[in-house]
Design a protein around this ligand. Structure first.
Ligand SMILES: Nc1ncnc2c1ncn2[C@@H]1O[C@H](COP(=O)(O)OS(=O)(=O)O)[C@@H](OP(=O)(O)O)[C@H]1O
Ligand SMILES: Nc1ncnc2c1ncn2[C@@H]1O[C@H](COP(=O)(O)OP(=O)(O)O)[C@@H](O)[C@H]1O
Length: 198
């Protein structure tokens, strides 16, 4: 980038985190449509807010109504979608927040690219692992049915791949269990990595 020089300001991420009284982080929920990313992220956010943590929840469906409303679901559109979200999340983490991001984010390379934008320990990948058949049975928005009928192209799990994380910080089996089980597992992980007091 020519003729553009980074300007370091006096108030930095550490100062903002000190003001908030906790570490910032990005909790990245990835999984098939219908796996429960939004439900889990929303329930965890409520639990964090109740503990005095400053949060923001970025959700796939919502972001695609505004910031990314020009993008579809081809591989290059998904790549751009996730690049933008990664940059927004980076600003929010810089602001001192615990950011929860719930996106299908099906490709390993894009998730890795976002991870690399963050300091060690700041990016926590949460794999919401639910078999495709179960997601398809839930189908709360009727999208799997449309994808099977050929009315939606590039649908993750049907005619577009989902590359499961190999080493996510948190691996949640979100089927056959109450949503609170996942929230408890996440809170325990956040305690273990020093984001929440023991
Ligand atoms: N082709 C295709 N593939 C997957 N998902 C689709 C598609 N078309 C629409 N939808 C709906 O859009 C939501 C996924 O958007 P994301 O921004 O999370 O996708 S991605 O990370 O860029 O892959 C996803 O939301 P969730 O069900 O909440 O995951 C779907 O409701
Ligand atoms: N542990 C669970 N067991 C059964 N159903 C669940 C569970 N978690 C979420 N759901 C349901 O699955 C559906 C999809 O959840 P949602 O959070 O919208 O998923 P995603 O954001 O991954 O698309 C919703 O109807 C939700 O109530």
């Amino acid at each position: 980038m020519n003729n553009i020089v980074w300007h370091s300001h006096h108030i930095d991420q550490a100062a903002r985190a000190a003001q908030k009284g906790h570490k910032p982080a990005l909790l990245w929920f990835t999984g098939l449509s219908g796996s429960g990313k939004s439900t889990l992220a929303g329930a965890l956010e409520a639990a964090l807010v109740a503990r005095g943590i400053h949060t923001y929840l970025l959700d796939g469906d919502n972001v695609r109504h505004g910031l990314c409303s020009d993008l579809g679901f081809t591989p290059s559109d998904r790549q751009e979608n996730l690049r933008r979200i990664g940059e927004v999340a980076k600003l929010m983490v810089d602001a001192g927040l615990v950011v929860l991001a719930a996106f299908v984010s099906p490709y390993r390379a894009e998730r890795q690219a976002i991870r690399e934008r963050f300091a060690e320990g700041e990016f926590i990948e949460v794999f919401v692992d639910v078999p495709l058949a179960e997601c398809e049975a839930r189908d709360p928005k009727g999208l799997y049915q449309k994808a099977r009928a050929g009315e939606i192209k590039h649908f993750t799990g049907i005619d577009d791949p989902y590359e499961a994380p190999a080493a996510a910080e948190v691996h949640l089996q979100n089927h056959g269990v109450d949503i609170n089980t996942g929230v408890e597992q996440l809170l325990a992980q956040l305690q273990a990595c020093g984001l929440l007091p023991q």
